[in-house]
Design a protein around this ligand. Structure first.
Ligand code: FAD
Length: 570
């Protein structure tokens, strides 16, 4: 088969806020760059972000307070040098986006409006109604188009070309035609976003299948802190579709079946605006103790009726629409029903602040970079604060784009040949020709349900060991799958089969990390080890997978700084 080889200075995989910001910087610096994305850029999950982007503009706010809230929110697992860089750069980044055309909601006096979010000591989230991500994504897309960045959308990246410790490009295929191609580049960046689709109840787009994570892991490279999965407190009952934290920021109250505003028991000073991990556990606890609402008693009420129609339409119009469409409940007239939903992944491909992907705790891979939700730099540690990720993605994306533009001048284009595509071509052939008895939708829903049950908000040694066994079983059954669509045109069955292979791999990392971390920290809560253990676990997990899918872990130091770990109360 003749496979075209395209040459570029830089390949960026992913067209969310992180990828677009990097591509803009690379093009601006005069480098040739292509953005490969399996979705149209404007369908990237960044566009679903509702609530806001943090920056410490206000007179009585400060960078230091933003840093403190972030580090405390992270349960002291965040690397404080990275947090400092992010919080110091945030106000300038927001201004930068604004100058490029992003229209933020305003106060009467014309300043950018800011709303309170969980775990913050000051209202700090800048927003564009409840469509913040979409506003920023459209702005970045316009700017990259203006500069003439090449886009190949609906292209699926299936592998990196990693030889002699150097990343030399990527292997991809065109989803429209299934035609493969090789992209040979001096520098490759992964900006492939989050991966909440390992769970049944989740807030993530269907495309958030963590492809990059397992592509990296299958080459023996490490993944960091994968056990830390954030469960957002307010997903719509039954589906997990997100009701942004903005709902609580604007004054939403959480109420159980007894009419009690139960957060007074769990976070008396912050109430509903406690950090996400704490509020999610409180909701789940209420449900487990029989005070849930709804037909299956598996949700609680989120009451916004006191805000009135005018404010809801001004601040939360999108949320109102979603609740009417998916629950048939109008938040202007009645409380809606919510429960915790898998939302965000703190772990990912380990990188330093400049964005270089780490080969181990001390060395990095030449020519390979990452930013955004797929990366772990680690600014969120064990738990991310709301509105810090729409900040992280373009902030580090832009910074990494600038690093790449500089480093490219000293990087060579290592020529590659068509044999680099062998692995992808063989995988596609195997999936198309297999005629087993398992189907992807069947296997996937089993895996997702079991992850929610055994590796969700509350975890135990027993539940995690059970999940580990199940994953081994799913891995074996995956070899016996069948896809019915054998065509070359928009073969979504094929794509979903490849994606499911990735989900199995990274789910195994989540479970292994959670099993070995015998403590509770941030979003990772073990019923059998219910307190934080700084002596043994104030450490990042670095995990490596071998060819058999077995995972080995080691621990590396957290970069501490001016904030000394202390008890985390709200
Ligand atoms: C519903 C929702 C609401 C949120 N609200 C907020 C909020 O208000 N504030 C906040 O701070 N955070 C919020 N978040 C989190 C935040 O939006 C994300 O973490 C962030 O936008 C991720 O940006 P990204 O650029 O890393 O990835 P994404 O925007 O997810 O982009 C990923 C890109 O990678 C591409 N891609 C992936 N795999 C492949 C592949 N194999 N081949 C080719 N392309 C690939 C996709 O096509 C896509 O373009 C929210 C998340 C969700 C799910």
């Amino acid at each position: 088969m003749s496979i075209p080889i395209h040459e570029y200075d830089a390949v960026v995989v992913g067209a969310g806020l992180a990828g677009l910001a990097a591509a803009r910087e690379l093009k601006h610096a005069g480098k040739s760059v292509v953005v490969l994305t399996k979705l149209h850029p404007l369908r990237s999950h960044s566009g679903a972000a509702q609530g806001g982007i943090n920056a410490s503009f206000a007179k009585d706010d400060s960078t230091e307070l933003h840093e403190f809230d972030t580090v405390k929110g992270s349960d002291y697992l965040a690397d404080q040098d990275a947090v400092e860089f992010m919080c110091e750069t945030a106000p300038e980044l927001v201004r930068w986006m604004e100058k490029m055309g992003a229209v933020f909601s305003r106060n009467e006096d014309g300043t950018i409006a800011q709303r309170p979010f969980g775990g913050q000591s000051h209202p700090r989230a800048c927003f564009a109604k409840d469509r913040t991500g979409l506003t920023l994504l459209q702005t970045m897309f316009e700017q990259t188009n203006r500069l003439g960045v090449d886009f190949l959308d609906e292209w699926y990246v299936a592998d990196i070309i990693y030889e002699e410790g150097i990343v030399k490009g990527v292997v991809a295929y065109d989803i429209k035609t299934s035609e493969p191609a090789i992209f040979n580049a001096k520098a490759v960046m992964f900006a492939t976003g989050g991966y909440g689709r390992a769970f049944k109840i989740n807030s993530n787009a269907h495309a958030n299948t963590g492809d990059a994570l397992s592509i990296v892991a299958r080459h023996g490279l490490p993944l960091e802190d994968m056990e830390f999965v954030q469960f957002h407190p307010t997903g719509l009952a039954g589906t997990g579709i997100l009701m942004s934290e903005a709902a609580r920021g604007e004054g939403g109250k959480l109420i159980n079946s007894e009419g009690e505003r139960f957060m007074s028991k769990y976070a008396p000073s912050k109430m509903e605006l406690g950090p996400r991990d704490l509020v999610s556990r409180s909701i789940t606890q209420e449900v487990l103790e029989g005070r849930g609402v709804g037909p299956d008693k598996d949700a609680v009420y989120l009451d916004l009726t006191h805000l009135g129609e005018e404010k809801i339409m001004e601040r939360l119009p999108e949320l109102r629409d979603l609740a009417i469409t998916f629950l048939g409940l109008d938040m202007v007239k009645e409380p809606i029903m919510i429960a915790a939903t898998a939302h965000y992944s703190m772990g990912g491909v380990p990188v330093n602040i400049a964005g270089n992907v780490k080969k181990n705790a001390t060395e990095h891979v030449k020519g390979f970079y990452a930013a955004g939700e797929c990366a772990c730099v680690s600014v969120h540690g064990a738990n991310r604060l709301g509105a810090n990720s729409v900040l992280e993605a373009p902030l580090f994306g832009r910074h990494v784009g600038r690093t790449m533009a500089k480093e490219i001048d000293n990087l060579e284009l290592h020529k590659v040949d068509v044999s680099c595509a062998d692995r992808m071509v063989a995988e596609i052939k195997m999936l198309l020709e297999n005629s087993g008895s398992e189907t992807i939708p069947g296997l996937r829903s089993e895996l997702q349900a079991s992850m929610t049950e055994n590796a969700g908000v509350f975890r135990t040694e027993e539940s995690l060991l059970k999940q580990k066994r199940l994953i081994t079983e799913y891995r074996a059954r995956y070899k016996n799958i069948r896809i019915d669509d054998k065509s070359n045109v928009y073969n979504t069955d094929l794509q979903e089969a490849i994606e499911f292979g990735h989900i199995i791999d990274y789910a195994a990392f989540i479970v292994e990390g959670a099993l070995l971390r015998k403590e509770s920290r941030g979003a990772h809560f073990r019923n059998d080890y219910d307190s934080r253990d700084d002596e043994n676990f104030l450490k990042h997990t670095f995990a490596y997978m071998n060819e058999e899918g077995e995972i080995k872990t080691e621990y590396t130091d957290v970069t501490l700084g001016k904030f000394v770990p202390e008890a985390r109360t709200y």
